[in-house]
Design a protein around this ligand. Sequence first.
Ligand SMILES: Nc1nc2c(ncn2[C@@H]2O[C@H](COP(=O)(O)OP(=O)(O)O)[C@@H](O)[C@H]2O)c(=O)[nH]1
Ligand SMILES: [Mg+2]
Ligand SMILES: [Zn+2]
Length: 294
Amino acid sequence: MLAEGKIIKSISGFYYVLSEDVVYQCRARGVFRKRKITPLVGDLVKFEADNGTDGYIIELLPRKNELVRPPIANVEQALVVFSVKEPDLSLQLLDKFLVHIEANEIEAIICFTKMDLLTATERERLFDVASLYRSLSYPIFFLSIVEQENYAPLKAYLKDKITVVAGQSGVGKSSLLNGLDTSLQIATNEISTHLGRGKHTTRHVELLPIAGGLVADTPGFSSLDLSHFNEEDLSLYFPEMKQRREKCKFRGCTHLAEPHCAVKDALKSGEIAESRYNHYVQFFNEVKETKRRY
Ligand SMILES: Nc1nc2c(ncn2[C@@H]2O[C@H](COP(=O)(O)OP(=O)(O)O)[C@@H](O)[C@H]2O)c(=O)[nH]1
Ligand SMILES: [Mg+2]
Ligand SMILES: [Zn+2]
């Protein structure tokens, strides 16, 4: 039988291929190794199976994209998970996640978790902050494992897509997935074994079938290093700047000190939020600083 499927897990030379609700344990034909192509989780493949359980991958279909950390192909969107408390919300970190996601041309969906920990006044303040991100066209969800009321509309976003979950440890990523699919029992409160770049971690990459889509609980964009960015490109990853930078007088305008800068004009008129602009400047300096050091 020749069929098409998606790799949802890979463990020591075996690839687990999901095809019409059945998972086949596959090996890759030697031809991949010779061509130095490694199948990735998320890859759409053609495989041959002689029985209902095992098979051979014979062809990788073209990838739309490929993330490095976590190593997943064909990712279409990221759930950017931020708790509103414990740990406290950091807009600078949120913007940094968004920059990485924009740079990878992936759709971002912002999920604010632990809403139950906010007082009524704090909620109002959060809604103000959220409206800024809504104005940038990011879908926003307010979630809490105590109330569970916003899980259903979020599920609709997952259907037929590969989604990675991004966010700091402890913000409630695993709890959120358990809430979306109550048959899952992902361990929560896991102490992260991730101790930095290059360190071996025991966490493997796996796509979980949730709400008609495939979701990786493995934290996406776990390394938020900006060193591989060019400072001149940074404003491409802030949609409100990208939209205006063509109107700057100088080509290659950095929107810092140049005259007749459309971005700074929009900042002055309040069309671009100060917090977003300030984070842009901080990231710009961070990129320059890391370049200077190497
Ligand atoms: N109060 C409250 N606690 C939550 C919520 N979501 C998660 N938590 C708690 O936050 C801790 C970390 O959650 P976990 O899902 O493991 O976070 P992860 O590290 O991002 O996967 C656990 O103790 C959860 O019970 C929430 O909506 N409200
Ligand atoms: Mg977790
Ligand atoms: Zn400019």
